[in-house]
Write a protein of this length. Structure first.
Length: 348
């Protein structure tokens, strides 16, 4: 089976995708600089798959260092490019760092793809590219016009898509941009999950941390949005379902069955779930309360967004398998595993 380079492979979605790639017979090489992960992730992957993944500690911004991987693995057939800074608040606080990291990394990946004749790239994009959509635009399809980016992070995702569109126009490179909605949960075995080195600020890990007493409570950012219960609405999707879509995407590219050289596909469930509904789903699935307080709205957040997932079904033959309570139950299983591993600490 083909060899795939996974950038950001020690990260949350990258590691779950490596598991699915291995279980589908692919060989994997991983590249990460651990700016938001730790190499221990590879041990967790090995616990599930029995495979030691070859990995490089490399900053994707460093083109020369990146090229070493391609020289040492001339049989790489595809790149799944997860490596990026993903924190919206951090990007708002430090835009230039986020621009440098995310944009240069993506361009370097494209430069290497061309130089080392790797024809397939899958790019981690995000529903944040849609910006603050109007209620009449919901659910968003891939043709919904993009609004202004609400954060530097979202801008890097718009930018990454555009870069790959221009590059795939003039080079023999096939690019698929997958726009994830809100990936949550953990591997169903409970052996792998989100293990960030930076402080987490997305909803599900802060719910499980609060429920476990790792943090005293978490904050719901605003209960005065114009939604059914005043909290923001998102489209949550199990991380293993997201991983599975990448395996289907790379298989399509390797089989030469993509339509054209460039495509964009939403990965969401199609259901909007409010923050308060997500908290209730956690409490129902896990039988435990997660203490929270309501705070002011957060810069860079959009009010409501959920997807129309039909294109993913049509093009990739992909539909999500897991529901919101499965997502919460697996996340909780991982929180308990973190405690067992002595890693259930809150980062400051
Ligand atoms: N998790 C989400 O909610 C979400 C939603 C939409 C899109 N995405 C995108 O999906 C991708 C993966 O997200 P994730 O949740 O797994 O995040 P993550 O932070 O867990 O993983 C990203 C990985 O990339 C690495 N990385 C960052 N910059 C790097 C660099 N310059 N060189 C080498 N490695 C680098 C980090 O150390 C980390 O291991 C990202 O591109 C993110 O923007 C994530």
């Amino acid at each position: 089976m083909a060899k795939i380079l996974v950038t950001g492979g020690a990260g949350y979605i990258g590691s779950h995708t490596i598991v699915e790639l291995i279980e589908n017979g692919y060989e994997v090489v991983s590249a990460d600089n651990y700016i938001n992960s730790i190499p221990l992730t590879y041990e967790r992957i090995e616990v599930i798959t029995g495979v030691k993944v070859p990995y490089y500690e490399v900053d994707l911004v460093d083109l020369d260092a990146l090229k070493v991987i391609f020289r040492e693995h001339p049989d790489i057939k595809g790149i799944i490019h997860f490596g990026a800074l993903k924190s919206v608040p951090d990007s708002v606080a430090n835009p230039s760092f986020c621009f440098d990291n995310n944009n240069i990394s993506t361009n370097n990946i494209a430069i290497c793809a061309e130089e080392f004749d790797v024809k397939n790239i899958i790019f981690s994009s995000s529903c944040s590219v849609y910006g603050n959509v109007m209620p009449e635009d919901l659910p968003v399809t891939e043709d919904t016009p993009l609004k202004n980016a609400e954060s530097p992070y979202a801008y890097t995702k718009q930018n990454g898509e555009v870069m790959l569109r221009f590059i795939s126009n003039v080079r023999d490179i096939n690019a698929i941009c997958l726009r994830y909605f809100n990936p949550v949960g953990a591997h169903v075995s409970g052996e792998l999950g989100e293990l960030p080195s930076k402080r987490v600020n997305n909803l599900v890990p802060v719910i499980t941390q609060a429920a476990a007493g790792v943090r005293p409570h978490f904050t719901v950012f605003g209960d005065n949005w114009n939604t059914r219960d005043g909290s923001c609405i998102r489209d949550y999707i199990h991380v293993t379902d997201i991983a599975d879509a990448h395996v289907k995407g790379i298989a399509l590219q390797l089989a030469g069955k993509t339509k054209g050289n460039y495509d964009i596909i939403n990965l969401g469930s199609g259901d909007g779930v409010s923050v308060f509904e997500a908290i209730q789903a956690f409490e129902k699935a896990c039988g435990i309360k997660a203490p929270y307080e309501v705070g002011p709205r957060r810069d860079g957040d959009v009010e409501t967004i959920y997807s129309n997932p039909k294109k993913a079904e049509m093009v990739l033959g992909w539909t999500p398998k897991y529901g919101i309570e499965d997502m919460m139950a697996s996340a909780w299983k991982w929180q308990l595993k973190l405690a067992e591993l002595g890693l259930a600490k809150e980062k400051l």
